[in-house]
Design a protein around this ligand. Structure first.
Ligand SMILES: *Cc1c(COP(=O)(O)O)cnc(C)c1O
Length: 388
């Protein structure tokens, strides 16, 4: 079926041809409810009219010039994102991995500029930062790294959620930055303690390190705020975005503030497609929908509903270890591996994901209706009950 494609994905045997909101249809016309959003990409829903109109209008006007010139939608999107995040400037690429590559290069140049010859970045266990050589090195998953050595130098890894372990590295003069997800997505919807990011912030301040947050999965209203760090009082020096920023149009962004914002100069970094008129116009339309429909608030309200309902419907079932989430970034951790639930859900017309082996991951579009939320809760509860 997919012989001409490199077999890098274990694909499910289904092809979708059409979508609308949280619904998808396959080649047989069977309807599905999407509780994954292409892994937190289609946050404003499939075939969103405002985004389609923006893409269409831009395609009829101008697709590409070059970063050799000013690009008005890129400038506008940069200003918008900086205002939302409270940061100073942005570099645009085309994916999450590229956004993180930019962050890693900022950290290294920041180090070299202050005389650190082998700048080193603290990264976390269980993390996911992408598949390029630098980002797979930063990723805390031995399976993703296996066979791709030599990996890059300049990374040290500590346990996610453990600020003491970061503090213990303070005497290492090569450290220049921390790269961390505010909530780990691929790692199993792991939510650190409330004081974790604030503690990392103060360690960074004390030692003149950059705090770099990978908000690629948690950002763009997913957790009930524009960015997950906004659940705290701190700000990062660098923040990366991608996934939901374009609702499916490839775009990545690396934002910087304060001293991190003046690291890159002309010639330090670049991308042919990054920040092109089409992707930026689409992202502006996505942000407008999120603002107009107050999707952050919607994620908070529905997220609380999901947690309450699941805690009731799965109460007392042996084998359910934990139900956790923030906004519409939800995980149900079981005691045993449960990858087969994905296929069972698909057969029932529901798209879910299992990550870290035993965590059911739900990332529905932020525009799902309460009735669709109930349908997800009912189906997942049935599946888990039958499975355990
Ligand atoms: C998906 C993801 C990435 C990688 O994004 P790509 O667009 O696939 O390169 C990086 N970090 C996090 C947290 C992600 O969820």
């Amino acid at each position: 079926m997919t012989n001409a494609l490199m077999p890098t994905y274990a694909r499910l045997p289904v092809t979708f041809t059409k979508g609308e909101g949280a619904l998808l249809w396959d080649t047989d016309g069977k309807q599905y409810l999407d509780a994954l959003s292409g892994i937190s990409v289609c946050n404003v829903g499939h075939a969103r009219r405002e985004v389609a109109d923006a893409i269409c209008a831009q395609a009829h006007t101008l697709l590409h010039t070059s970063n050799l010139y000013q690009i008005e939608h890129q400038t506008a999107l940069g200003e918008k994102l900086c205002a939302l995040a409270g940061l100073d400037n942005v570099f645009f690429g085309n994916s999450g991995a590229e956004a993180n590559e930019a962050a890693i290069k900022i950290a290294r140049l920041y180090g070299h500029n202050k005389g650190v010859e082998t700048p080193t970045i603290i990264v976390m266990t269980n993390s996911f930062h992408g598949r390029t050589m630098a980002t797979v090195t930063a990723t805390g998953n031995p399976k993703a790294q296996a066979g791709f050595g030599p990996l890059l130098e300049g990374f040290v890894r500590v346990e996610y959620g453990d600020a003491d372990a970061v503090e213990a590295l303070a005497s290492n003069p090569n450290i220049v930055a921390i790269l961390v997800e505010p909530i780990q997505g691929e790692g199993g919807i792991r939510i650190p303690a409330d004081d974790y990011l604030p503690r990392l912030r103060s360690i960074c301040d004390q030692h003149d390190w950059l705090l770099m947050l990978d908000e690629i999965q948690a950002g763009m209203c997913r957790t009930g705020k524009w960015f997950a760090f906004q659940h705290t009082a701190i700000k990062p020096d660098v923040m990366t975005l991608a996934k939901a920023l374009g609702n499916g149009v490839p775009i990545g962004a690396c934002l910087a503030g304060g001293k991190a914002a003046s690291v890159f100069g002309p010639g330090n970094h670049g991308s042919t497609f990054g920040g092109n008129p089409l992707a930026c116009r689409a992202a502006l339309a996505v942000i407008e929908v999120m603002e107009n429909e107050q999707l952050a608030a919607q994620a908070t309200a529905l997220g609380e509903y999901f947690l309450t309902q699941f805690r009731q419907s799965l109460a007392g079932i042996a084998g359910v270890r934990e139900i956790r989430g923030k906004g519409l970034m939800l995980g149900i951790e079981l005691e045993k591996d449960c990858a087969e639930l994905v296929k069972q859900a698909l057969a029932k017309g529901l798209l879910i994901n299992v990550t870290a082996g035993n965590v059911i991951r739900l990332l529905p579009p932020l525009v799902i209706t309460p009735a669709q939320a109930d349908q997800i809760i009912t189906t997942v509860t049935e599946l888990v009950r039958a499975f355990l």
